[in-house]
Design a protein around this ligand. Sequence first.
Ligand code: MV4
Length: 449
Amino acid sequence: MLLADEAVPIGPAPAAESYLSAEKLIAAARATGAQAVHPGYGFLAENASFADACAAAGLVFIGPPPAAVRAMGDKMAARRVAASLGVPVVPGASAPVTDDKDASRIAADVGYPVMLKAVLGGGGKGMRLVHRREDLPAALRAARSEAGAAFGDASVYIERYISQPRHVEIQVLADAHGTTVHLGERECSIQRRHQKLIEESPSPGVDAELRRRMGAAACRVAAAVGYVNAGTVEFLVDARGSFYFLEMNARLQVEHPVTELVTGRDLVREQLRIAAGEKLGYGQEDIAWSGAAIECRINAEDPDHDFMPSPGRITRLSAPAGPGVRNDSGIYAGYTVPRYYDTLMAKLIVWAPDREAAIARMQRALGEYQVVGVRSTIPLLRRILRHPDFIAGKLDTQFMERLDGAPVSGPAALAAYERAGREIPPVARPTVSPWARLGRPGASGWRPR
Ligand code: MV4
């Protein structure tokens, strides 16, 4: 807000009375004489009724047409669209389950283990993994009740469970003149309880051929629903490299900067141009990728205490900088992280000519990042960035469960290691010593920490 030319109060801190109130947002837009509304990436960004309300108020909604948002909000309908285009979807049922008997038949057909998913779901809510037939009725009840509470619709469908998949998503841009392009993939497998922690592009598990095939599939899905603006098509990629359409996010995403850094294209600028009715002015053959980018989410959470939110006043702040380092941040010394919203404080993004150099740059940048006054995810991120599997690009959605549950920093970490009768484990030897690259390892006595 410090950067804004003008600010308008929209109500009390609880989001339901401010950021989630279409009426208040539109009144604020009117008060400033704004021509358009950018919905950001949370709150009402994927709310088709809000897009309708903007249009009714004579405001341009900087996002997809409401019909495209609705088409993708129903996860089964989205699945049907993909399947009808020949885009691979996870094997599963084409209709919601009706009762226990129906579910039992479908699950047997699909083959255990199966995944129960909410029709209006996404983000993992209302999702249940079922290994055995006898566990199905209870899981179904739990999924239906969770779905009903979260989405106001208890409908659930069944898919085959894909074990240890990668989560790979494709960025698309579509203008209102029929051009749809993709800007490649983001690897988003490093997440915990469906909250992403680290994203990168390119994915270490995607080669040029897979990128072309997934990109083409994503563009076909977007075009089929009349998608206009920036959007993201999510896929699961299994251990064999087969990909499956999951869903489409009809908004700009938090992790969009990694795509900006490897493609050299400003996605928010493109959103504004598209919303203003301009043509993209380039085609798929004009999109080129260079280097590697990684984003780390700096959250006000305590990784030593089950990621509890850690709101409060930031007493000291020192952010990294330098070549290839981008710090997209909303905080400053003296700022109070409120307890009402998401815990995301900053996104630290690096670019370098290759992945190994990007990892080294991120390790350095995280080491320089000082946030005092609130707990943050920085120590955990540092631990992931030096994990041998991360360095080797061996990523999947279970990565975080495999990181041992030990505390990540401070006296608690020391105590835990002492209790275990162990020495502080040596850090996995990184492959990123600049001296090693010069062929003179250790010549200077430099040691990775
Ligand atoms: C799956 C799956 C395995 N098999 N579907 C989680 C959120 C939602 N968008 C889809 N999700 C998953 N669907 C089948 N058939 C595993 C996940 C999943 C996951 C997906 C993306 C990123 C992180 C994840 C973490 C756990 C499970």
